[in-house]
Design a binder for this molecule. Structure first.
Ligand code: NZQ
Ligand code: ZN
Length: 387
């Protein structure tokens, strides 16, 4: 078991109606709030109006229009400028992972005098960041409980996971009823994203029985409850369990004591989103089974056998290679069965830029240190198999 030094400082406030606690929570951070949100879903569900009502008496500056795969220019730059101009005390992010990720980059940029890209690109380490409170409306990324944000810079095709302990939200409000209106497409993408977060931590060299149990149970929960959310989008119990499972995804708790994995599917997917602006969870669902097939070997076989038996209930008396192949097929069939497009061509990606993307990934994502190291050639093969 590997040694670790771990802390997640985020306070989670979970359940129906918890937003009523917002005024009490916000008082500790100051009077001037930057309210960040996306393209308008929070207005449709009445949450925007509710927040303004609850925060009467606060000075609120708004940054609307944050897009999925949040963009450095204009959203991060505008947010940093607003924070500086209005001497903002705290950022309140209301929306999905993209709004929250963008808010994290703004929080650090607001306390830095230079170009915020210096921080996101790890040229300079942030010394401080504004506190962040969020009200999450989409279960997927785990950004509400982790220290990372993923920011896209269109002109360079970069999509960078910016991680710093300063970026943990101070408080995350998780009310599953706000996720009732999430579309079928985004619900599926959320299921696939959260499942892949678990897999990125499960497929490692050195794992514990304890972590394997958490991961296997989370995968089963996400499949069972994910299907229920799709059947009945207002099933509170299913939306609630899915939301909590997603929350555990990226804050490292599933991997304490494990060896590293390098998060290879994320490394590959971030380039797909950067080049083609596709939905993150869909990209992951397409890549994951192809990556699994690519890394299956004598060395990785026992992990796939365990995964197949404990997650999909495959007959343990079968030949190990048969179990492993069935497990990969079941993974594919689950994603396909809930309606995710399972080929890159279906999400608008053809073979014209595969070489360029494979090179970009190999240079920027350090996948030669992954659980199964991936060279540029490996990455290209996975992309070709995903077409
Ligand atoms: O923009 P609005 O109008 O709010 O609509 C959004 C958006 O169009 C909509 N939506 C959100 N809540 C809704 C809703 N629609 C109806 N009802 C609601 N309650 O859903 C669309 C997608 O939103 P987005 O925030 O982009 O989705 P998600 O939460 O999946 O975030 C994806 C981003 O997070 C990054 C991804 O790369 C991607 O950029 N990730 C962040 C991670 C992290 N911070 O730890 C880890 C992940 O691996 C991931 O990379
Ligand atoms: Zn993800």
């Amino acid at each position: 078991m590997q040694s670790f030094d771990y802390m997640t400082p985020t306070r989670l406030i979970f359940g129906k109606g918890v937003v009523e606690k917002l005024p009490g929570v916000m008082t500790q951070f100051g009077k001037r709030i930057l309210l960040t949100y996306g393209g308008g879903s929070i207005k449709k569900i009445g949450l925007y109006q509710k927040v303004l009502e609850l925060l009467r008496g606060y000075e609120i500056v708004e940054l609307p229009g944050i897009q999925p795969n949040p963009k450095y220019d204009p959203s991060v730059l505008d947010g940093v400028r607003l924070c500086k101009e209005h001497h903002i005390d705290v950022i309140l992010s209301v929306g999905g992972g993209s709004v929250l990720d963008c808010s994290k980059a703004i929080a650090a940029g607001a306390c830095y005098d230079g170009d915020p890209w210096d921080l996101i690109s790890y040229k300079v380490k942030a010394k401080s960041a504004l506190p962040i409170v969020d009200i999450l409306t989409l279960a997927a990324t785990g950004s509400e409980y982790d220290a990372g944000g993923v920011i896209s810079r269109t002109e360079t095709n970069d999509k960078i996971g910016y991680i710093d302990p300063l970026l943990y939200p101070a408080v995350s409000f998780l009310d599953p009823t706000y996720t009732f209106t999430v579309s079928r497409k985004q619900t599926c993408a959320g299921i696939a994203d959260a499942m892949n977060h678990v897999m990125e931590q499960y497929f490692v060299e050195d794992a514990t029985l304890l972590n394997d149990g958490f991961c296997e149970s989370m995968l089963r929960s996400l499949m069972v409850n994910g299907r229920k959310c799709l059947e009945n989008p207002e099933d509170y119990t299913a939306r609630a369990e899915m939301m909590l499972a997603c929350t555990y995804g990226c804050n490292g708790i599933l991997a304490l004591g494990n060896s590293g994995s390098g998060w290879p599917c994320h490394g590959i997917e971030h380039a797909l989103s950067a080049y083609y602006d596709i939905t993150h969870g869909e990209g992951l669902a397409i890549i994951t089974p192809r990556w699994m097939k690519h890394i299956l070997s004598e060395r990785t076989l026992p992990r796939f056998v365990k995964y197949g038996i404990n997650v999909f209930g495959i007959d343990a008396s079968l030949d190990p290679w048969e179990i492993a192949r069935k497990a990969i097929d079941e993974t594919y069939k689950f994603f396909e069965g809930i309606g995710i497009p399972m080929h890159l061509r279906e999400v608008g990606i053809d073979d014209s830029r595969l070489d360029e993307m494979a090179h970009h990934i190999a240079v920027n994502e350090w996948l030669e240190n992954a659980y199964v190291p991936l060279t540029e050639k490996d990455i290209k093969e996975i992309l070709v198999a995903s077409l």
